[in-house]
Design a protein around this ligand. Structure first.
Ligand code: B1M
Length: 210
């Protein structure tokens, strides 16, 4: 069995202690932290998602999996950085109103922090007016919106509309992402960029901030 399969299975089995051990063991074997994250933890969470869809796992179990994954991510966090840590501007990031998913959004925030950006992570269920308030308060150059539900994707458009109405649209580049979001959708709602994963989100932010 590969390390990744064992990590995936352990996450699905909700064995947090063993998961922590496996992540540390994989690091000790010099497996790249990005591979442990993508091929182990995120791939395991995809299985959790399938099981949730098929009603083989329910919300409390999914939350336990999310918590266990968080512990694994904490171990990897200091090792996933970008070598260039010069400050690159202020980012406001959050999950849109009505949506409580934050694991992916937190990974994006983490990668941007490691890339030297000044990241203000507002959390989940963030209303358009709160995003607008924080862009002003933090003088943000980049706004990142995350959504994991097809039902909350329209809230991304509503948030962009609120930024336009506030008169701040010219000062801020807007990036969107999350499992159901696509480049086509990003274009449709007038975002400046879309990223499919945390690594490319961080790269795109650097490009947009330049
Ligand atoms: Co939810 N859930 N969930 N859930 N959940 C999904 C998203 C779902 C696909 C599961 C399924 O049915 N297969 C489904 C959505 C279906 C749909 O809309 N198409 C779903 C559902 C239906 C629900 C509820 C409605 C269930 C219910 O109550 N009946 C409910 C909604 C609650 C709400 O938000 N109002 C709900 C609740 C929950 C929990 C609270 C139990 C928990 C969230 C815990 C938490 O986040 N703290 C949860 C979880 C964990 C999931 C799954 C299993 C895993 C999500 C995850 O964390 N993935 C998920 C199934 C799945 O995705 N496989 C599912 C790992 C994470 C690293 O990936 O978030 O995609 P992801 O982030 C990636 C990229 O998308 C990208 O980078 C990240 C890292 O590479 N990215 C960005 C993300 N944000 C970005 C922002 C950017 C750029 C890139 O900015 C520019």
């Amino acid at each position: 069995m590969t390390d990744f399969n064992e990590i995936k299975e352990t996450l699905v089995n909700l064995d947090e202690q063993r998961l922590i051990e496996l992540v540390n063991e994989a690091l000790a074997k010099n497996i790249p932290p990005g591979d442990i994250l993508n091929k182990g933890l995120i791939a395991g969470m995809d299985i959790v998602g399938e099981k949730m869809e098929n009603e083989d796992m329910f919300i409390p179990e999914v939350l336990m999996a999310a918590q266990a994954m968080g512990k694994g991510v904490e171990i990897l966090k200091p090792l996933l950085g970008d070598e260039d840590t010069s400050a690159r501007g202020s980012v406001v990031i959050g999950t849109v109103k009505g949506d409580l998913h934050d694991i992916g959004k937190n990974l994006v925030a983490m990668m941007m922090e490691s890339a030297g950006m000044d990241v203000h992570n507002l959390g989940v269920d963030i209303a358009p007016e709160e995003f607008v308030r924080m862009i002003k308060e933090k003088n943000a150059g980049i706004l990142c919106l995350s959504a994991l539900l097809t039902t909350t994707m329209p809230m991304m458009k509503q948030t962009i509309d609120a930024v336009v109405e506030s008169g701040l649209r010219d000062q801020v580049k807007i990036m969107v992402g999350g499992a159901p979001v696509t480049q086509v959708f990003a274009d449709e709602i007038g975002a400046d960029g879309f990223a499919a994963d945390a690594g490319s989100a961080s790269k795109l932010a650097k490009t947009l901030a330049a």
